[in-house]
Design a protein around this ligand. Sequence first.
Ligand code: NAP
Length: 251
Amino acid sequence: MTANRIALVTGASRGLGRSAALALAARGVRVVATYRGDATGAEETAQQVQAAGGTAALVRLDISDVSSFGAFTSELGDLLEGGGFASRHRGQQRGVGVFGPLEAVTADDFDAVFGTNVRGTFFLIQTLVPLLAQGARIINVSSSLTRHTSPATSVYSASKAAVEALSRTLAAELGPRDIRVNSIAPGPTATDFNGGAMRDDAEMRQGLAGRTALGRVGEPEEIGDAIATLASEGLRWMTAQRIEVSGGALL
Ligand SMILES: NC(=O)c1ccc[n+]([C@@H]2O[C@H](COP(=O)([O-])OP(=O)(O)OC[C@H]3O[C@@H](n4cnc5c(N)ncnc54)[C@H](OP(=O)(O)O)[C@@H]3O)[C@@H](O)[C@H]2O)c1
């Protein structure tokens, strides 16, 4: 059932993107993994996919650089034709976080967050939708921070709220083409994100654990598995939803 499935996983050089690539590959989905600057990390992702018996191709993509999307699409097209990859594609988008209290956020910070998380996500979907087959899924990565609040996260949270709104609206727009659009909202997860704080800062981890139903922060594999499950046939009737995967953080 998954033989003709291909997933484009953005930001797959590490963190949640890598875990999503691995989880999809473990379910027999061929992966096109993108990275922005960390070619070595992306190679590692590809090697891990291959070691697990999967297939991964790598393409560089900076989601904040909308002007590069045409060239990216051509490269992707060549790759898919050359590799004999067929029919169904799924996408996940990655994002950036710049955190700071109101008075510390600059206009450049604001533009960097919205330029990647919202503008980049929107125009990448616009660019790639013509490549998508019937039954394709688009999975955008939001955050539990659209439900609960935390100091100094206003711009990031607002960008993720925008991602959720885009996802719902595009679900309505793309439904007639048999394309599903959902967003997944991870809670605090141990990756490089936010300077690796959720992985390395014992005090922060303990504080978050005490406010999480399952009593700890998440591991990247738990988000990767959720993304792969969301992309599976069993959830083919689900669209326009926000699915939180946070172990019950800050309920
Ligand atoms: N970790 C958490 O606690 C958490 C919670 C909620 C939501 N999220 C969301 O989950 C997503 C992934 O976070 P993560 O924890 O995996 O972070 P991470 O470990 O820091 O990884 C970030 C990834 O995004 C890529 N990236 C950054 N800027 C990019 C750009 N402009 N264009 C393309 N790729 C870019 C990086 O590529 P390079 O390495 O090549 O630069 C890297 O692969 C983000 O959208 C984040 O907002 C994370």
